[in-house]
Write a protein that binds this ligand. Structure first.
Ligand SMILES: Nc1nc2c(c(=O)[nH]1)N[C@H]1C(S)=C(S)[C@@H](COP(=O)(O)O)O[C@H]1N2
Ligand SMILES: [Mo]
Length: 443
């Protein structure tokens, strides 16, 4: 199937790559194709209307396009609408280097292909420790017990009768951008930053449920959340979070959760690393101390320079990334480009995003797209004229609590070099003279 090769004056990355060799081969092949296309078009894509390429097509003015002269697909051709076949390249993808078995793996959101701040449910990154179970909602139960007066076993209909809220929040895996610690120049923003997604979630506030069961206000300090998947993933949540904005979620972007994202019920701990947002939620226990489960003592800990492990890191700190232009793409011409990207903070709203085109020497403030919501993705835009010389594009976000996104060097000075999790460093994309955009680290 023919895929669109360009968006504006940006040549898109060859998306179906698996290895570095295949990426290179795909790039060479596509470059060859583009050169042929450009030659056929008389050199200028912008002037395609009058080009030999355009004249060769019978669909161009003054002719009416083939689809204008025929009837289209009937209403109801698809009961559940799917993207155009021309968008088939926009896919979640796995990194071969990270996937030992697809049952305990991650697939990344194609951030380079998305607009605005909402991630379509089918492109929300997925991370499962033991595969995605198929749960019959009629059979599913949520148990709430521990330091409570009235332990409860709830059905989905019980839950869906309770007062609900809808809120837009991101979920970011703590390991997002993890490969940047080792300076593995992964080829696209999908792999550097694609373990994040943002949805409108609907469900019941955990505080509502805790009131319902009459939790022990004096002694309750932590909640344990457990999943119904084969990994029975368990995480400790501090009571302050639980009583604040934690949600027990069944809806995602207006419909029920997708199976991969926890159908029929998941926890959402806004602003906190993804692993705490336990999917396929089946049990909540109220307790007075942290549980030290496997997923919080063996995994999801940060090895510090002094050899100790940092445990129980909750917040996803302020972070941003330019999604276009980004690594793997190619600028086809000098002139105007809209630099755009995403910023977020687990502490609240984004206050400002600065953009640099010279590797962080000079910064100018980007425009923020409304709405700017707490613990949600924020879209930023920046007008830029590329003069054809090499450039280093960077974005730096600042949140409403005053936290500033650090450079990789600043982060390494504190955290050392052996971390996997919590990398919120400024990301640099290099633009070469020929317009090729690559993933680099400077300083
Ligand atoms: N029950 C259960 N919950 C889980 C997981 C899991 O494997 N099992 N993975 C966690 C991790 S590590 C992350 S980053 C998020 C990812 O959510 P998503 O797959 O909806 O993107 O789910 C978390 N919740
Ligand atoms: Mo994760």
């Amino acid at each position: 199937m023919k895929q669109p090769l360009t968006q504006g004056r940006i040549q898109l990355a060859p998306e179906n790559h698996l290895s570095a060799e295949q990426i290179q081969a795909a790039k060479r092949a596509r470059r060859g194709f583009m050169q042929q296309a450009l030659a056929a078009a008389g050199g200028a894509l912008a002037a395609a209307g009058s080009s030999a390429l355009a004249k060769a097509s019978s669909n161009m003015p003054p002719d009416a396009a083939a689809w204008t002269r025929a009837l289209g697909a009937p209403v109801g051709a698809s009961g559940y609408g799917m993207p155009s076949k021309y968008e088939a390249n926009v896919q979640r993808r796995q990194s071969p280097g990270l996937t030992r078995t697809p049952l305990s793996s991650v697939s990344f959101t194609p951030l380079q292909s998305l607009f605005g701040i909402i991630t379509p449910a089918g492109l929300h990154f997925e991370r499962h420790h033991s595969g995605a179970p198929e749960i019959d909602p009629e059979q599913h139960r949520l148990m709430i017990h521990g330091l409570v007066k009235r332990p409860l076993l709830l059905t989905m209909s019980d839950l869906m009768r309770l007062p609900s809220v809808s809120r837009i929040h991101f979920i970011e895996c703590g390991a997002n951008s993890g490969m940047e610690w080792a300076n593995v120049a992964v080829p696209t923003v999908q792999y550097t930053h694609g373990m994040i997604a943002c949805s409108e979630f609907t469900g019941v506030l955990l505080s509502t449920l805790l009131e319902e069961v009459g939790y022990d206000k004096k002694n309750a300090k932590f909640i344990l959340a457990e999943g119904a998947d084969g990994s029975a993933l368990t995480r400790t949540i501090p009571i302050e979070f639980a009583l604040d904005d934690v949600m027990v979620v069944y809806g995602q972007n207006g419909e029920m959760l997708r199976p991969e994202n926890g159908y029929p019920l998941r926890l959402l701990v806004p602003g906190v690393q993804g692993v705490s947002s336990v999917k396929w939620l089946r049990r909540l226990e109220v307790g007075d101390k942290p549980w030290n489960t496997r997923e919080e003592s063996l995994h999801y800990v940060d090895l510090l320079p002094d050899g100790t492990h940092r445990q129980y890191t909750w917040i996803q700190e302020v972070k941003s990334v330019i999604t276009s232009p980004s690594a793997g793409q190619k600028l086809l011409d000098k002139g105007y480009y809209e630099i755009t990207g995403l910023a977020w903070s687990g502490r609240g709203r984004i206050k400002r995003v600065d953009v640099s085109t010279d590797g962080g020497r000079n910064w100018r403030t980007a425009k923020l797209q409304e709405p700017v919501l707490p613990k949600a993705l924020t879209r930023f835009r920046f007008d830029w004229n590329w003069d054809g010389s090499p450039a280093l594009l960077e974005s730096r976000a600042i949140d409403e609590t005053g936290h500033v996104q650090p450079t990789m060097a600043q982060l390494r000075a504190v955290r050392g070099t052996r971390s996997i999790y919590h990398n919120n460093a400024i990301k640099t994309w290099r633009i070469a003279r020929d317009g090729e955009v690559t993933n680099v680290q400077i300083g």
